[in-house]
Design a protein around this ligand. Structure first.
Ligand SMILES: Nc1ncnc2c1ncn2[C@@H]1O[C@H](COP(=O)(O)OP(=O)(O)O)[C@@H](O)[C@H]1O
Ligand SMILES: [Mg+2]
Length: 238
């Protein structure tokens, strides 16, 4: 579903060129969850932004369902992000003074989903991330971990087929972190969504279908794992 083929992204800073993403080839199929590990500065956020059409590659291609995401014009890129992509940003952005439920619902009304239905859908996703009792709270009254879960519910509320998550468990304790990772995997399975997340969370290695490591913009390794169909058969048998 998501296919990155020999993708390169440079930044020019001062006189220097930073190869933030350096010849990366990576596919995430529908139903699959792929985790990217990598130290700070290794290109993880840049890679997600390329997949979300927030950046365009300098070389190589980014495709979603066969469409050339890197070649999208402004409107196409907007539609792609609005309809196909759920992005959980590293820096959580919520509307101050607006309840958790309305924060998550606001993403949907642009779709356009009627407000009443948007609120209902938002409530359903907040319940799934364990915040059903905090629908009316404003972000200022939520903990960092709760705000992170609101951001996750917001990203999922439009039922995207591609979920991109930048350190979605960064401010969660390990149990909440595991819940979020398992939720993302469940969504991949249930809806055939493709999930690509970057993380420092060691639990992701067990929960994701595949794990890659990025270093200096290059994709280094893939943990040896049985291919997905075999893995599913094992899951079904256990
Ligand atoms: N807008 C930018 N301008 C210049 N350099 C950037 C910019 N964004 C990121 N970089 C550089 O690109 C590299 C990869 O950054 P990033 O994708 O944010 O990595 P990560 O998310 O793994 O920390 C780093 O060396 C970073 O300093
Ligand atoms: Mg980053």
């Amino acid at each position: 579903m998501l296919e990155l083929d020999r993708v390169v992204k440079h930044y020019r800073s001062g006189g220097e060129v930073v190869r933030a993403v350096d010849d990366v080839t990576l596919t995430v199929a529908g139903g699959e969850m792929v985790a990217l590990y990598g130290p700070s500065g290794s290109g993880k956020t840049t890679l997600l932004q390329l997949a979300a059409a927030l950046l365009t590659p300098d070389a190589g291609s980014v495709r979603f369902d066969g469409r050339d995401v890197g070649a999208f014009g402004g409107d196409e890129a907007d539609d792609y992000r609005r309809l196909d992509v759920g992005f959980v940003f590293q820096e959580i952005e919520l509307w101050r003074g607006v309840s958790a439920q309305e924060n998550a619902a606001l993403k949907l009304v642009a779709d356009p989903v009627p407000w009443k239905q948007a609120r209902k859908q938002a409530a359903r996703w907040l319940e799934r991330v364990g915040l059903g009792h905090k629908l009316d709270e404003v972000p200022e009254h939520l903990s960092g971990g709760e705000r992170q879960r609101v951001a996750i519910a917001t990203a999922l509320a439009n039922e995207p087929r591609l979920i991109l998550a930048d350190e979605p468990t960064g401010s969660l304790d390990s149990r909440r972190g595991r819940d979020v990772l398992e939720l993302l995997r469940a969504i991949a399975r249930e809806r055939g969504a493709a999930v690509l997340l970057v993380t420092h969370d060691p639990q992701a290695a067990e929960i994701a279908d595949r794990v890659h490591t990025l270093r200096d913009g290059m994709l280094l390794s893939e943990a040896p794992e049985p291919p997905l169909p075999a893995r599913r058969a094992l899951d079904a048998a256990s």
